[in-house]
Design a protein around this ligand. Structure first.
Ligand code: HEM
Length: 485
């Protein structure tokens, strides 16, 4: 029974004293991942907290996290049955649904669709690269326009549109202009999605907050509304695809997903999973990429010496007459080092989407965690562990280069941002290609400068992703504006 279960959990796992009703909610602070890392110093890397009516196990540090997610992969592959998770992707989300046979099939379909449109063969690789390059060149022009007469501007929404366009082009074969107001408004609202599903959000752990007006309830109401609006947008596009579907011609990811779910051998998924899958892919592929690009630009203007060094290398390897491409990647290891250091240093997905245990499990020499326990996985703690990283609080891309200037792949693999195990991100490969191309092309074409009249802080807002707070930059064309593909 629940009472015995809780007693067992309490006896076995260390953790801070939890107040009645709210538990440890008031102690989380503005940056829960940092609080979690501090608590790990006191209670060890595996401990429990209480949020409202939920006992939650928090995992910190590389060893405990990998032991759970890799060695006990099935036991830690669940998702909690939070009410907010049910409003995502029309209730047909793969990302937010629990571990099951159906989830496995759903994930397989999503994974093979991504592969088919990005890395299946040299043709798809090229087509994907061209999409991203065209979008990056569009962004260059928007940035230059906004910098007319040395003006400073906030690049946040332009990154949001650019990242959304890459994934919309893959899913629908359609991109949107940066001045398309309807699209911009939709994306601007979607920006708030991560507030609700990030670990430590109080929406799901204190259900009684739904019963009277308060800030948490309005966040939740807004969350439901955002999901409905976004899902309707995707549903319309999928409906158009169904109407014009031709099994012999796969135009884009929507067609591919319709084909496998509706026309394939029994996928075990009903028709409405098509919309769910497409919504998941756009949602996951948009916010993460636009957030990392925002951080990259912020760090570039914060460290102008590093920016100059990166451009010197690009000029040497690529020259003025063409744009950087994926084939240059091996020779542009310093760019990848900068990207990995941005991911490590900012840890912009500080805690993964909440997990839950699918059965009773014992880790770390006898720590017992019962079935259906919510689990928070603190990626930030892995990336800032002083035993693993020299001066973890210093931004230094060169830590990822070996003595020959090549990328230290073993060290790069130690950065934890895509999680691990059965729930590991399925977009990691396309994300890396996309980030490299956007970054390389922006640097090749422009120099970026901070606004000298504005303090450049690394302050950010907390949610599923950490987003930099307002900052302004200006872009200058470096040489000739090149044509995209
Ligand atoms: C899940 C990170 C880009 C698709 C996740 C998770 C993280 C993550 C931390 C949660 C894993 C967990 O709960 O343990 C990132 C980062 C990205 C990125 C840092 C970019 C830099 C993408 C892209 C796509 C994508 C481009 C697809 C187009 C997904 C999906 C899931 C997921 C579908 C859910 C997996 C599941 O629940 O089984 N990602 N992601 N991601 N990601 Fe990504």
């Amino acid at each position: 029974c629940l009472w015995v279960r809780n007693l067992r959990l309490k006896r076995r796992l260390p953790g801070p004293f939890a107040w009645p009703v709210v538990g440890n909610a008031m102690q989380l602070g503005q940056m829960p991942h940092i609080t979690f890392a501090k608590l790990a110093k006191k209670y060890g890397n595996v401990y429990q907290i209480r949020l409202g009516c939920n006992d939650i196990v928090v995992l910190n540090g590389d060893r405990a996290i990998r032991q759970a997610l890799v060695q006990h992969s099935a036991e830690f592959a669940g998702r909690p049955n939070f009410v907010s998770f049910q409003s995502v992707s029309g209730g047909r989300s793969m990302t937010f649904s629990n571990y099951s046979k159906q989830w496995k099939m759903h994930r397989k379909i999503a994974q093979s669709t991504i592969r088919a449109f990005s890395s299946a063969n040299s043709q798809t690789k090229k087509a994907f690269e061209q999409h991203v390059t065209a979008e990056a060149m569009e962004l260059v022009q928007v940035f230059l326009r906004q910098s007319t007469d040395g003006q400073y501007f906030d690049p946040t929404h332009e990154f949001t549109v650019a990242a959304a366009n890459v994934i919309c082009a893959l899913c629908f074969g359609k991109r949107y202009g940066h001045d398309d107001l309807e699209f911009r408004t939709l994306l601007k609202r979607l920006d708030k999605f991560g507030e609700t599903v990030g670990a430590g959000s109080l929406v799901d752990v204190m259900p009684w907050l739904q019963s009277f007006p308060n800030p948490v309830r309005s966040v939740y109401e807004n969350f439901k509304h955002i999901n409905e609006e976004f899902f309707t947008f995707v549903k319309d596009k999928v409906a158009q695809h169904r109407e014009t579907f031709n099994p012999d011609v796969t135009r884009d990811m929507s067609d591919a997903i319709i084909n496998v779910i509706e026309h394939g051998k029994d996928s075990g998924l009903t028709k409405d999973f098509v919309e769910g899958t497409v919504t998941d892919l756009i949602g996951a592929g948009q916010d993460t990429i636009s957030t990392v690009l925002q951080w990259i630009l912020l760090l570039l203007v914060k460290y102008p010496d590093i920016q100059a060094k990166l451009q010197e290398l690009i000029d040497k390897v690529v020259g003025e007459d063409r744009l950087p491409s994926i084939e240059d990647r091996g020779k542009l290891a310093y760019l990848d080092a900068f990207i990995y250091e941005t991911m490590r240093f900012t840890s912009f997905v500080p805690v993964t989407i909440p997990h839950s245990t699918t059965s009773d499990v014992t880790i770390e020499e006898g720590l017992h965690i019962p079935k259906d326990t919510v689990v928070f996985i603190n990626q930030w703690s892995v990336n800032h562990d002083p035993l693993k990283w020299k001066d973890p609080h210093i931004f230094d891309p060169s830590r990822f280069l070996d003595e020959n200037g090549a990328l230290d792949k073993d060290l790069a693999n130690n950065v934890m941002i895509f999680s691990a195990g059965k729930r590991r991100c399925i977009g990691d490969q396309i994300a890396k290609v996309e980030i490299f191309l956007f970054f390389g092309i922006l640097l090749h074409q422009c120099s970026f400068e901070r606004n000298p009249n504005q303090d450049l802080s690394l302050n950010c807002s907390y949610g599923l992703t950490l987003k930099p707070l307002d900052y302004k930059i200006s872009a200058k064309l470096r040489g000739e504006l090149l044509k995209g593909p």
